[in-house]
Design a protein around this ligand. Structure first.
Ligand SMILES: [Zn+2]
Length: 395
């Protein structure tokens, strides 16, 4: 009968829009039927957003729409609008402290998906948001509407459990053994950093989220979270829910671009690579792991395929990279045609000579065959991949 969207109720002080939505849902009037709740990640470069940039949406069924809107209105006034302007006193964050500006929307039918695609791929101004049946609040309306507009044809799932406290000074207890177990279950993904073994399911610091387990299906996500929560080494949770998400869909990226490398600069200490190509400037950072390693190997004239997000300064931040063809990296003297020994230069314009049989010939060079460090597409390690990034092994 209608769609509710919610965004930007979290501040860096440790709120989380998932928890705010959960409280709203648990306090809906009894006769309201609640659909599958959607956790929708949006454009990662949106200014003033917390790192995850997530909004929420849910389809609600109720006989009396006016009654439901009146309920939402009072919930907004009492519970959500007071969250406006909150910022964090936290010292854990080096991100700019941007006050939250919550937004809530009600649509009696789902708006065109065009708004979702805009909000997941680039900046959207508040004036360009399709009008809701009823809307509350400020900038959060942009993400809230995008979450409602998400068509959800491709999705994954995340099962989230909340803590009794959002006090980051009380360390989270999440059983590492159960984490290791679910990491090997079919369907779960990005639970653990395979190299360091570090947990990727629990946030750090101030957050009401205890942990969130990602999987390809709803059942796999729910079962894996239940397994972690059932361990006596995991702290008691204050409730949980399994969300349908656009994580790991790659929706934020355009199809791959093919271009020629024209110039490359590598920062000697920080390992950033800045690649001038026939189709714009592409940048890779040290955290990109294999993407950065392959970037730094590139030379002028190589043909590459790339996927990435355009940043404010007009450069593209590389997320996936493949080298299609490349020139030889080095040259060497030819082998002697008689004894197969590497010939040596006799000096400038003097030709080359075999050190064994003394055969002479004109001064020439052969290419040294070279191979890139990776022959196929590469992506950053799981620990520095975006929520939206579609893992290469998903295809
Ligand atoms: Zn020879």
């Amino acid at each position: 009968m209608g769609w509710l969207g919610l965004d930007d109720t979290d501040s860096l002080a440790g709120g989380c829009t998932t928890k705010t939505m959960e409280e709203l849902i648990l306090n809906l009037p009894k006769n309201v039927q609640v659909g599958t709740v959607r956790l929708v990640r949006l454009w990662p470069f949106a200014s003033g957003r917390t790192r995850g940039n997530a909004a929420l949406a849910v389809e609600l069924q109720c006989e009396d729409e006016e009654f439901l809107i009146a309920h939402l209105n009072s919930w907004w006034m009492n519970e959500l609008s007071p969250l406006k302007g909150l910022i964090s006193p936290s010292h854990h964050s080096d991100r700019p402290q941007v006050p939250s500006d919550p937004g809530m929307v009600w649509f009696d039918s789902q708006p065109d998906e065009l708004h979702y695609w805009s909000a997941v791929q680039h900046h959207v101004a508040i004036d360009d948001v399709p009008p809701a049946t009823k809307s509350w609040g400020g900038a959060g309306v942009i993400g809230a509407t995008a979450a409602v507009a998400w068509p959800g044809r491709t999705s994954t799932w995340e099962a989230i459990a909340w803590r009794h406290t959002s006090d980051g000074s009380k360390p989270r207890r999440v059983c590492l053994e159960s984490l290791e177990e679910i990491d090997s279950w079919p369907g779960t993904f990005m639970s653990r950093d395979p190299r360091s073994g570090t947990s990727l399911i629990a946030p750090r610091g101030h957050s009401p989220v205890l942990c969130g387990v990602r999987a390809k299906t709803e059942l796999e996500a729910s079962k894996a979270l239940a397994h972690v929560l059932s361990s006596q080494h995991t702290e008691r949770s204050a409730g949980s829910r399994t969300f349908m998400t656009n994580q790991a869909t790659g929706d934020h990226l355009q199809p791959a671009t093919r271009a020629m490398v024209e110039e490359i600069e590598v920062h000697p200490q920080r390992k950033h690579a800045r690649i001038q190509t026939s189709d714009g400037i592409w940048v890779s950072f040290g955290e990109g792991g294999p993407v950065n390693q392959l970037s730094r190997w590139l030379k002028n004239g190589d043909i590459v395929e790339m996927k990435g997000l355009k940043s404010d300064d007009g450069t593209f931040h590389l997320e996936q990279l493949r080298v299609v063809s490349w020139n030889a990296r080095n040259k060497q003297r030819p082998l002697c045609s008689v004894c197969n020994v590497r010939m040596k230069s006799m000096g400038r314009d003097q030709g080359v000579r075999c050190p064994k049989c003394k055969l002479r010939q004109d001064d020439t060079w052969d290419d040294v065959p070279s191979e890139p460090p990776f022959l196929d597409w590469v992506e950053p390690p799981v620990s520095s991949r975006r929520h939206l990034a579609r893992p290469l092994d998903f295809d």
